[in-house]
Unconditional design. Structure first.
Ligand code: PRP
Length: 204
C-alpha cells in the first residue's frame, strides 16, 4: 500500500487522471473527502505547500508538488520525476509602467517564497527587504507595501488584472513526483513500479 499526497486543485485532478489511465479505473474523491482509499493506494488531498511536509514525515510515501514549493522548502526528499504538469514560473512582478531597476539603494519585495527571493537577490548583492505574505501578493505594489513581488505566474492574468507585469523569470516550475527517503528504501519496488508507469503514461 502506498500513501500519496496530492495538492488540492488541478494537479490532484491531473494526477488522478494519470492513475485512471494506468489502471483503467476511476479514482475520485467523494464530496469534501480528503482521503481516497483503494486496494493499493491511499490518496490524501492536502494544501499545496503541505505536500512536502506529509512526505517528509512519512505520513505519505510519495507526493506530487511543484518544483517551486520544493525549492522554497528545501526538505530532504527524493525527487523522482518531472511530471510536466502544473507548469508555471516564479517571476519578479513590477507595476506595468515601470522598468526593472536594481540601482536604487534598497527595495521592498513582497512574496510568499522568501527563501527563493532572498537567494535570488543576495546572489546578486542586491539589497532588499523581504516582506512575507501568505496570499494576494499582487496587491502589495499597488498600495505601496512593496516595490516589487516575487510570485507564481501561470497565465499572467492575476498580474495583468492588477496592473503588474512579470519583469524577470527567477525559475521555471512544474509538478514533480517526490518520495520519502525511508519509504523509497522500504517500498522501493512499489515506488519504482508506479514511477515507471507514470513515466510511460506521461510520455506516451
Ligand atoms: C498563484 C499566484 C498568483 C496566481 C497566478 O496563486 O500567487 O496569485 O496563482 O496565476 P495566473 O498567472 O494564472 O494569474 P495560487 O492560486 O497558485 O496559490 P496560493 O493559494 O498559493 O496563493
Amino acid at each position: 500500500m502506498l500513501t500519496i499526497a496530492l495538492p488540492k486543485g488541478r494537479i490532484a485532478k491531473e494526477t488522478l487522471e494519470i492513475f485512471e489511465k494506468i489502471f483503467d479505473k476511476k479514482f475520485q474523491f467523494g464530496e469534501r473527502k480528503l482521503i481516497l482509499e483503494d486496494d493499493n493506494f491511499r490518496f490524501l488531498l492536502v494544501r499545496n505547500q503541505d505536500v512536502p511536509t506529509y512526505v517528509y514525515h512519512q505520513a505519505a510515501d510519495i507526493g506530487v508538488v511543484g518544483l517551486d514549493v520544493l525549492e522554497e522548502q528545501r526538505l530532504d526528499l527524493v525527487r523522482l520525476l518531472d511530471m510536466n504538469i502544473g507548469i508555471c514560473k516564479v517571476a519578479i512582478g513590477i507595476k506595468k509602467e515601470e522598468e526593472l531597476d536594481f540601482s536604487k539603494p534598497s527595495f521592498k519585495v513582497a512574496t510568499k517564497m522568501v527563501n527563493i527571493a532572498r537567494d535570488f537577490f543576495s546572489k546578486r548583492a542586491i539589497p532588499v527587504e523581504i516582506i512575507k505574505l501568505y496570499g494576494s501578493i499582487e496587491l502589495a505594489p499597488l498600495i505601496g507595501l512593496a516595490d516589487m513581488i516575487v510570485d507564481i505566474v501561470e497565465t499572467g492574468e492575476t498580474m495583468k488584472q492588477n496592473g503588474l507585469k512579470p519583469a524577470y523569470t527567477i525559475m521555471e516550475s512544474s509538478a514533480h513526483l517526490i518520495a520519502n527517503k525511508n519509504s523509497f528504501y522500504a517500498k522501493k519496488d512499489e515506488i519504482l513500479d508506479i514511477y515507471e508507469k507514470i513515466s510511460l503514461t506521461i510520455k506516451g
